[in-house]
Design a protein around this ligand. Structure first.
Ligand code: PMV
Length: 319
């Protein structure tokens, strides 16, 4: 028997970093890029082999250590289902999601694996089960992740995320399009989150004020998405970016990308995710998207993805 399951990428639209301090954040799935896991039954006694095509790796599950994210999520899922610890399976993993660039590649690969294992034994996992299991594998990379990545990818819908509160998914009233530019600069989220924590410890009052302001922007962004006035998201992105710069997670190459997008007609732009590197996002229209893509590439972006967040009123945009 052969089973395949997939999971999308994700992007944080508003609220990164402040979300670690219990303010809300909004994240959306990016369905244009996917991770997939395929399970094939092998003959009895073969044991479980994990083949990660994009990493060029092939491992036996029984020899993977605690620090191997793929082995860990497979073991956690087998445990959850009370299955044999070393099933006779070949598991193949493929991903179109760039690694360590804020698109949630780790959480997407883990989600695809959890889904594939459940489906292979005839079960359909609840999103909260997937999210809980994937969170455990995320801890390996991020230390103390807020949980936003595993949540948005497991639910595969836009989410309003507040740490420790029940998940709320929502559908924007109108579709809107964003361009996602990869700066090509690797910047581990664990480090920026750690730097922000140390700065917050030195000056908690100032950082709490900034986090409050980000929280207000995220609330405003949700109202705007629910009312369909999506053009208003642009200035909110710009304000969020100013605060991200103040809390110390922007960097010159990101500022160059943001300025280039605004000059090419983007209604707003900001970094997304941990910062210092990774991605920048810009609010675009169908007409402005090609010029903004070009501007991003000319300003040093390694890759640009234009993606539409589908609203209640299909693909019409905010006019
Ligand atoms: O870099 P990403 O896309 O994994 O996002 C990190 C988001 C932070 O708020 C900075 C950290 C977190 O765990 O939420």
């Amino acid at each position: 028997m052969k089973t395949t399951a997939a999971a999308p990428g994700k992007i944080i639209l508003f609220g990164e970093h402040a979300v670690v301090y219990s303010r809300p954040a909004i994240a959306v799935p990016v369905v244009d890029v996917q991770a997939t896991a395929t399970i094939l039954d092998l003959s009895p006694g073969s044991g479980c082999t994990l083949i990660a095509h994009d990493l060029g790796s092939q491992l036996r599950l029984s020899t993977t250590g605690e620090d191997d994210a793929l082995g860990l999520i497979v073991r956690l899922t087998l445990d959850e289902l009370a299955l044999a610890a070393d099933p006779d399976w070949q598991i193949e993993i493929r991903s179109q999601i760039p690694i360590a660039s804020g698109l949630g590649s780790g959480a997407a690969v883990s989600t695809a694996l959890v889904r594939a294992i459940f489906h292979h034994v005839g079960l359909d996992p609840e999103p909260e089960t997937i999210s809980r299991l994937v969170y455990r594998s995320e801890e390996l990379h991020h230390g103390t992740p807020s949980g936003i990545d595993n949540t948005v990818i497991a639910y595969a819908q836009p989410i309003w995320f507040v740490r420790g509160e029940p998940i709320r998914t929502f559908v924007p009233a109108r579709s809107f399009t964003i361009a996602i530019a990869d700066s090509g600069i690797g910047s581990p989220t664990k480090e920026t989150v750690g730097d922000v924590r140390r700065a917050w410890q030195r000056d908690p009052a100032r950082y709490e004020d900034w986090f409050d302001e980000i929280g207000e922007i995220v609330h405003a962004a949700r109202s705007v998405m629910e009312s369909g006035e999506v053009a208003a998201l642009g200035p909110l992105m710009d304000r969020n970016q100013t605060l991200l710069r103040q809390i110390g997670v922007s960097a010159d190459p990101l500022e160059r990308l943001i300025t280039a997008a605004r000059n090419a007609g983007a209604a707003g732009a900001k970094l997304s995710g941990g910062g210092r590197g990774g991605n920048v996002i810009a609010l675009v229209e169908t007409e402005t998207a090609p010029a903004i893509r070009r501007a991003f590439l000319d300003a040093g972006a390694k890759q640009v993805l234009v993606t539409t967040v589908i609203g209640d009123r299909g693909l019409e945009t905010g006019d």
